[in-house]
Design a binder for this molecule. Structure first.
Ligand code: ADP
Ligand code: MG
Length: 358
């Protein structure tokens, strides 16, 4: 798991499938058609920051602040106490975007430079800007500049209205904002009745191991949105597959893998967060690295020899020393008999093979 500090979005259920929250100074795009709950998301995100001592900047390109505050109240968020103390609005009407992006926001960032309180930023929605700037190249440039500027204040949440045509996964009109964002979630609403007609999917989340399911969400007055997720993997399960990895690392070393490959395997072990065994993944990886059960003694010798012409510590013994920790030795003992059957490439068979080749 990544060690970087995460910032909770405050959107119930979302944080636990994105490693605890968003990264600071990144953009998160919320895409969905009208009525899917984008504004509710934005308000919940803002409110969470305000309640936790942050400042907030709300950029609206349509509605005036008074109306936004009124709507927030209807959703159960009373922002009056923060208004113009911790919560600030930028209301950019008509075609003022260029001025907003080129002058006002950079000036604000500059003025904020030595200010230690974090500012959560919301743009709800970005859509009028996309409509005002039709040229794709121009759109890309203005969004780049806008995102770049706002990210300096803190984590940014942007909503965008989607108009997907039948058969489209995501509307073509939102592809540029998705492309430019560090993260993107997609909200869909199928008015078919029942509790599961609204769903959230994570389209992307840079540098994050994120949930990949379709998550139903509901509106709860007083909370906002509650996304019905299950945590990615429980803390005690995280180390469940260490034995499988250790076995694989030993096998790789025996097959003549170099330090780089072995270190990479250790890295994969430390970062594995799927609720299923890495065995198949490792098998596929091994094959891609040229390790398989048809390897002959000569193949192995050739591999080792090729490596030994490189800098020191490339012999399998040396590799094992660098890769294996005491921890590993313990876990090896604990789960050995069962894991032996799980061996990727049976070492016994290999020595038989060696005999044959001889
Ligand atoms: N407490 C609630 N119960 C049921 N539905 C709600 C509730 N709050 C909001 N909604 C639904 O959310 C919709 C609007 O959400 P909103 O966040 O404004 O969406 P968007 O910004 O994507 O257009 C409303 O039309 C309504 O259907
Ligand atoms: Mg809205």
């Amino acid at each position: 798991m990544s060690m970087e500090k995460r910032i909770a979005t405050g959107i119930s259920g979302l944080d636990r499938v994105i490693e605890g929250g968003v990264r600071d100074n990144t953009t998160l795009l919320v895409v969905g058609s009208s009525g899917t709950g984008k504004s509710t998301f934005a308000m919940q995100y803002l409110n969470y920051g305000l309640e936790n001592g942050e400042n907030a900047l709300y950029i609206s390109m349509e509605e005036p602040p008074e109306q936004i505050m009124r709507e927030a109240k209807m959703l159960g968020f009373d922002l009056d106490e923060y208004y113009e103390k911790e919560l600030f609005f930028f209301h950019s009407k008509g075609k003022d975007f260029v001025k907003l992006v080129d002058e006002q926001l950079p000036a604000l960032v500059e003025a904020n430079k030595n200010y230690s309180v974090k500012t959560r930023v919301v743009i709800d929605p970005l859509t009028p800007l996309l409509w005002a700037v039709q040229d794709k190249q121009e759109q890309r440039e203005i969004i780049t500049k806008l995102f770049y500027t706002l990210k300096q204040l803190g984590p940014v949440l942007i909503t965008t209205e989607e108009h997907a045509s039948p058969g489209e996964t995501v509307g073509e009109d939102v592809l540029i904002p998705i492309y430019m964002s560090d993260g993107a979630v997609h909200l869909t609403y199928r008015p078919i009745g029942g509790a599961f007609n609204r769903a959230l999917e994570i389209i992307k989340m840079r540098a994050t191991r994120h949930g990949e399911e379709v998550y139903p969400y509901i509106f709860v007055r007083g909370i906002g949105v509650v996304v019905r997720t299950t945590p990615l993997i429980s803390a005690e399960d995280v180390r469940k597959y260490d034995d499988v990895f250790d076995k694989a690392i030993r096998t790789a070393a025996d097959l003549g893998a170099g330090e780089k490959v072995l270190n990479r395997l250790v890295y994969v072990k430390d970062n594995w967060s799927y609720p299923f065994s890495p065995k198949e993944t490792l098998q596929i990886f091994f094959e891609s690295q040229g390790f398989n059960d048809t390897m002959t003694k000569e193949d192995i010798a050739r591999k080792k020899e090729a490596l030994s012409s490189e800098p020191p510590k490339t012999e399998s013994e040396g590799c094992q020393d660098t890769v294996f920790s005491e921890e590993e030795a313990l876990s090896d003992e604990a789960g050995s008999s069962e894991q032996d059957e799980d061996a990727l490439i049976d070492i016994e068979n290999l020595s038989e093979l060696e005999e044959l080749v001889r």
